[in-house]
Ligand binder design. Structure first.
Ligand code: ADP
Ligand code: MG
Length: 258
């Protein structure tokens, strides 16, 4: 029921989203295989953030279908129409989808380890000891084991973002969504976040990363999706996208960003 047989982690077909009269996603279709890393590129306002938000039902959609791990997100089919799932079911679906935003969104009154342990403790009901032991492993993975007891205010922007990444990983998501993870950072701090994302890519974490940071697109991505005005105008292997962009707008974008 509402399952599709697939080895694709993400399948999106004919996704449409409007805000009032403004159509922001105009029938987007793509799929992402397990272990693939996608860089989602495109000019400001092209719909990248909205697309990511539709993937874990932070936005209601106006048409099409979104599947993650073979499960339709946010809705079930009923007589050919979409009916929204209960809040409880949607929360359960979101556990398998990690999201990292431009602004790090850490809990200011919690230490790094408490931030990372918060999902397992309060969402999954793990014991404090178990959640914090796992959180320390994740802080180690992002290179911040020694900052476990620091509060966000005591960390640099790059360190805060790496804690936010560890926190998203703590629920063992099948897919990680990143929305401009380095845009709020100075170039040198952004490099440490890029390195963390690269580590995850090498480990086979499925990721969809909206970014203007070409080091992520070139160093981490298997494929590039390029969006313009709510349409996906290019879906190419990353090496091909950079060597030989197919779309006029992709060429203009690369001229500006590389
Ligand atoms: P990008 O992330 O590529 O910069 P966005 O998805 O943020 O693009 O925005 C795409 C378009 O949708 C823009 O025109 C933006 O102004 C509009 N938009 C985004 N969110 C909302 C909203 N909540 N209400 C109205 N318009 C929105
Ligand atoms: Mg955006």
């Amino acid at each position: 029921m509402n399952m599709i047989a697939t080895d694709q982690t993400i399948v999106v077909s004919g996704l449409r989203k409007s805000f009032g009269p403004l159509e922001v996603l105009k029938g987007i279709s793509f799929s992402v295989q397990t272990g693939e890393v996608i860089a989602l590129l495109g000019p400001s306002g092209s719909g990248k953030s909205t697309l990511l938000r539709c993937l874990n039902h932070l936005e209601e959609i106006n048409g099409g279908r979104v599947y993650v791990n073979g499960q339709m997100i946010g809705y079930r089919e009923e007589g050919g129409a979409l009916k929204q799932l209960s809040d409880k079911t949607i929360s359960a679906q979101r556990k398998s989808i990690g999201m990292v935003f431009q602004s790090f969104n850490l809990f200011r009154h919690m230490t790094a380890v408490q931030n990372v342990a918060s999902g397992p403790r309060f969402v999954l009901g793990r014991s404090r000891d178990e959640a914090e032991a796992r959180a320390l492993e994740l802080l180690d993975k992002v290179g911040l084991r020694q900052k476990a007891s620091s509060y966000p205010g005591e960390l640099s922007g790059g360190q805060q973002q790496r804690v936010a990444i560890a926190r998203a990983l703590a629920l063992d998501p099948k897919v990680m969504l990143f929305d401009e993870p380095t845009s709020a950072l100075d170039p040198e701090l952004s490099q440490e976040v890029v390195a963390t994302i690269k580590t995850l890519a090498d480990e086979g974490q499925t990721m969809l990363i909206a970014t203007h940071e070409m080091a992520i697109a070139k160093g981490c991505a298997d494929r590039v999706f390029f969006m313009v005005d709510g349409e996906m105008v290019e879906d190419s292997p990353a090496a091909e996208f950079f060597a030989n962009p197919q779309h006029e707008r992709s060429r203009q974008f690369l001229a500006l960003h590389t």
